[in-house]
Ligand binder design. Structure first.
Ligand code: NAG
Ligand code: NAG
Ligand code: NAG
Ligand code: NAG
Ligand code: NAG
Ligand code: NAG
Ligand code: NAG
Length: 288
């Protein structure tokens, strides 16, 4: 305590300290203020983001018990509006480099879902190398998902549904081999599903690209996505043959509706899908 106070007094009294020492303290104080200036925060969710309390006590911040490293940032459902994401990199308490000072690379959970956050998903999110869960759904995000996010090899949940994302899905994103939940529902993505999807995403349980502009077919490899429980590709421009789902015996929801499929022969493959509670097939070109 005494030491901290002493350093504080020192900083105030000697503004011309070597810049290497000065820099950290300055950005620690300024970064949250600059960050807040970019955000419309009608519920005052960020009132605690000030330098009078330690950042581990700020609303939405979770720190590891030891070493006070930030491991979680949860600002979901706070009615936040603004261009927040590109500024996250400048939050010095989350700073990436140098690693022994920053803790960005220790962040495991990042949740900003259900706000009104605008702008693109920054490619430097690919630097959050410990991230396991990324919740960005129900915002106003635009642009293409950066291929750099494919380096988040520990990611288990990737959720950006209900935004205005466009463009293609980079093959690196379909290569997030630990992903269990892949949710891009209700965007404007114009892409195809890669042929080897079930081997590049071997752990898929929840997969939704429903309500987008996907073209092409459902890859045959989906026949091997044995862990699938929820599969929603409805309301796209998918066509061709629907693969067999006979090995997907955990399936509870299968939504194919609103596409251009024309072959019903996959239906018999569902005879062992004893948990299937919802099967949507309307608005296709099925005959017979
Ligand atoms: C700083 O955060 C504390 C805790 O939420 C709050 O009581 C205080 O009003 C805040 N100070 C400012 C200047 O916003
Ligand atoms: C948050 O935003 C929603 C949708 O605009 C609105 O219905 C709700 O009242 C807001 N909540 C508060 C506490 O302002
Ligand atoms: C982050 O901080 C750097 C250095 O102060 C600045 O050049 C950059 O524009 C900032 N980026 C954002 C997105 O605010
Ligand atoms: C988000 O912004 C749009 C347009 O500005 C507005 O209509 C909507 O109510 C907002 N939603 C929330 C949750 O604030
Ligand atoms: C962070 O990400 C950016 C953009 O992808 C990249 O240029 C930069 O080298 C990365 N930084 C580190 C420390 O990995
Ligand atoms: C997919 O991941 C594997 C191993 O993790 C890597 O060798 C390969 O280059 C990646 N492919 C793409 C397209 O990112
Ligand atoms: C259903 O399961 C039985 C018993 O395991 C198997 O013989 C049959 O081939 C399966 N049917 C389909 C359509 O997968």
């Amino acid at each position: 305590m005494f030491t901290n106070l002493f350093i504080l007094v020192l900083l105030i009294s000697f503004p011309d300290l070597p810049s290497s020492i000065k820099h950290d303290t300055e950005t620690d104080h300024q970064a949250p203020i600059a960050f807040k200036a970019e955000i419309n925060d009608p519920l005052n969710s960020l009132i605690s983001w000030n330098s009078s309390i330690h950042f581990c006590q700020w609303n939405g911040i979770t720190c590891a018990r030891r070493h006070q490293r930030v491991i979680g940032l949860n600002l979901a459902n706070q009615n936040l509006t603004g261009l927040i994401l590109p500024h996250v990199e400048n939050l010095s308490f989350l700073r990436y480099s140098p690693p022994e000072l920053g803790s960005l690379y220790r962040l495991k959970v990042f949740a900003i879902s259900r706000n009104n956050i605008t702008g693109p998903v920054p490619s430097n999110f690919g630097n959050l190398s410990s991230l396991t869960r990324l919740y960005g759904g129900s915002n106003d995000l635009t642009g293409e998902i950066p291929g750099a996010l494919g380096s988040l090899t520990r990611l288990e949940l990737f959720a950006f549904g209900e935004n205005r994302l466009t463009g293609l899905i980079h093959s690196t994103i379909f290569n997030l081999s630990n992903v269990l939940v892949f949710d891009l529902t209700a965007n404007q993505i114009q892409s195809t599903l890669p042929p080897d999807i079930a081997s590049t995403l071997p752990n898929l349980e929840f997969f939704s690209v429903g309500i987008n502009l996907f073209t092409g077919s459902i890859p045959i490899s989906f026949s091997n996505a044995r862990k699938s429980r929820y599969l929603h590709v409805g309301y796209n421009r998918l066509s061709g043959e629907v693969p067999s789902f006979s090995k997907l015996n955990k399936l509870t929801v299968l939504a194919l509706l609103g596409n251009l499929f024309d072959d019903l022969s996959f239906i018999s493959s569902l005879s062992n899908a004893t948990y299937l509670a919802s099967l949507g097939m309307d608005d296709n070109n099925f005959q017979g």
